[in-house]
Design a protein around this ligand. Structure first.
Ligand code: PLP
Length: 390
């Protein structure tokens, strides 16, 4: 039997989502840009999907730009705004953090190579960035901020609302615009996001993290905020994401968003219950340390991450795999040397801990029964691996 505990890596496509897609792979094959009846069917379906995604985020459908994945949405936000900044002779300073996904650090480092000043904010031992820290980093040249809503490795939820409000006030007082982007790929569909309350300029999501297929995402771009395209082609998605739309995937994203919105409250409480059980159980094992925060109101529901003393994360994951439990590690072995991830390194964990990371990410299809069954196996693997290393 397989127990799938790797929902932060990807999730199973829901039956309702798969069913909704079929029509757009087979009978309804129109190009949404075509003006005839077949094309109009697709156009209508795309409009509904846009409305559903907007419903998940509480924004206007006109503020949603479909993209091929979360990575593309992040790149479009950062590089598209950078093009606008450069075209208008604005300040070339970008702020990000030490625990961002490569889909944010990549474009940020690229800009640094192009002459931008890059500030990378530190995090505390639980992976949090303080609002004051961000405010202290702002300069007259700051044009772009990109800070993630939820971290994939340690589940930490940043105070994005407070940060975005403080930045908005700061910019208003100085009669300037500061583009605030957040990578919400791990947060969307799992925690409530209300863009009427959180004044970010742009936000990225990805379908496969909440039961749509891989290869579809979206960028929320607040009305009135300027961005320039980073790829060129037809005029789709207001010219920001040109290319004929992947109708089945867009329909799927809409359906997954609709289902996630309707089930948010129940899902958060179910996942928190299992998460709290797993954290409680695993922290009783000597040498096992919870990484990220234990405050479940500040952590992704269902996300559990640990570091096991004097162990190698990949070896633990392989042992668990042999027992039918799928999870992941942020510590990877490159050419025989175990390297901690940039996220774990940023937490300043003791040396014997950073290499033994394991992430258990629970999702909609997991049950408490599975958690009970898995916990016994996980505990025995952690114990036996420690013994074999010592
Ligand atoms: N940002 C975060 C925080 C992620 O966890 C991921 C994927 O793991 C991405 C961005 C990239 O999303 P996608 O896989 O849709 O390109």
């Amino acid at each position: 039997m397989t127990i799938y505990f790797d929902n932060s890596a990807t999730t199973q496509v829901r039956k309702e989502v798969a069913e909704a897609m079929v029509e757009f792979i087979s009978t309804n094959y129109g190009n949404p840009s075509s003006i005839h009846a077949v094309g109009r069917n697709s156009y209508k379906a795309m409009a509904l999907a846009r409305k559903r995604v907007a419903g998940l985020l509480n924004c206007s459908p006109t503020e949603i730009c479909f993209a091929g994945c979360g990575t593309l949405a992040n790149n479009l936000a950062i590089l598209g705004r950078a093009r606008f900044v450069e075209a208008n002779g604005l300040g070339k300073h970008i702020i990000t953090s030490r625990i961002e996904h490569p889909a944010v650090t990549g474009p940020a480092r690229y800009l640094e190579g192009q002459g931008w000043k890059l500030t990378v904010l530190d995090v505390d031992k639980e992976g949090f960035i303080k609002v004051e820290q961000l405010m202290d980093a702002l300069t007259d040249e700051t044009s772009i901020i990109s800070i993630m809503w939820a971290n994939n490795e340690i589940g930490t939820l940043q105070p994005i609302k407070e940060m975005a409000q403080a930045v908005q006030e700061y910019a208003k007082e100085r009669d300037r615009e500061i583009f605030f982007h957040t990578d919400a790929v791990q947060a969307a569909g799992k925690v409530p996001i209300d863009l009427k309350e959180v004044p970010v300029s742009a936000l990225s999501i990805s379908g496969h993290k909440f039961h749509a297929p891989k290869g579809v995402g979206a960028l929320f771009l607040r009305r009135g905020v300027n961005l320039m395209p980073i790829t060129f082609g037809g005029g789709q998605e207001r010219g920001l994401m040109p290319g004929t739309e992947s109708m089945p995937n867009i329909v799927a994203l809409g359906m997954a968003a609709e289902l996630a919105s309707g089930e948010m409250e129940d899902s958060v409480s179910r996942l928190k219950e299992m998460q709290s059980y797993m954290i409680e159980q695993l922290s009783t094992v000597p040498g096992v340390h919870i990484t990220g925060t234990r405050d479940l109101d500040k952590r992704l529901p269902g996300h559990v991450s640990v570091a096991v003393e004097n162990c190698e994360g990949e070896a633990l994951v392989m042992q668990l795999d042999l027992k039918g439990i799928c999870c992941s590690s942020a510590s990877a072995c490159h050419k025989g040397i175990v390297e901690p991830s940039h996220v774990l390194s940023a937490l300043d964990l003791p040396c014997g801990l950073v290499k033994g990371s394991v992430r258990i990410s629970l999702g909609k299809f997991n049950t408490m029964e599975e958690c009970r069954e898995a916990v016994a196996q996980i505990k025995s693997v952690f114990e036996s691996q420690k013994l074999s290393v010592i």
